[in-house]
Design a protein around this ligand. Sequence first.
Ligand SMILES: Cc1cc2nc3c(=O)[nH]c(=O)nc-3n(C[C@H](O)[C@H](O)[C@H](O)COP(=O)(O)O)c2cc1C
Length: 205
Amino acid sequence: MEFKEVLEKRRTVRDFQNKEVPKAVIDYAIENGFKAPTYNHLREWDFIIIKSIESKLKLIESEKLDKSTDLNELEEMFRNKDRIMKEMYMDAIPKQKKMILEAPLVVIVVFKPKTKIEKAKKTYDLNCLASVWTCIENFLLSLAEHDVYGVTFIPQNIGTIKSKLEIPDELEIAAIIPLGYKSDKAVILQQKPVDIARRKHYERW
Ligand SMILES: Cc1cc2nc3c(=O)[nH]c(=O)nc-3n(C[C@H](O)[C@H](O)[C@H](O)COP(=O)(O)O)c2cc1C
């Protein structure tokens, strides 16, 4: 597929078909993830592939996603906010639990931090996080090439998830990615238009 086509195809999807994703597609996407740039040349990234309901429930419990969402409360929270951003949160927030449960696969991307995240003082200390996100984008683009889509969910209770899934203490979770084929009802939200000409600065701001 043309590079531009893949770039445009990759979008966040939170509604999935109940259809298995071939292992080869995931393996290829992980291989492509490992082609990304990395701050220390070591590519200290790992992928945990989850299919079982038991493991998915561990994520849902850790993240306390069991509560139902009050749509009126949500509406109030985003009143007077940017329309496109509001549309995204109104669609996304109620789906956080469902997308983990219904995705045929959930992939957890783990990385080795340079400095413990809570001790980071400068952007440089976050090079490990920046690097793993370049890997995640390669992974998502590679999936999109095969009509497989995902959503990057960033957990709040990383310590709990690490202990439930036996992730070594010295590692961190970058993202939890429910993924699969797009359901017919999947909502692809408008990307916020950006006036790119105004975002380009030459020689100085
Ligand atoms: C760092 C990061 C964190 C995100 N966190 C979440 C999340 O917790 N839950 C969710 O449903 N989507 C999450 N998203 C997906 C964004 O909502 C989505 O990328 C954004 O709305 C733009 O849409 P697009 O990916 O289709 O271009 C996250 C994306 C990024 C890059």
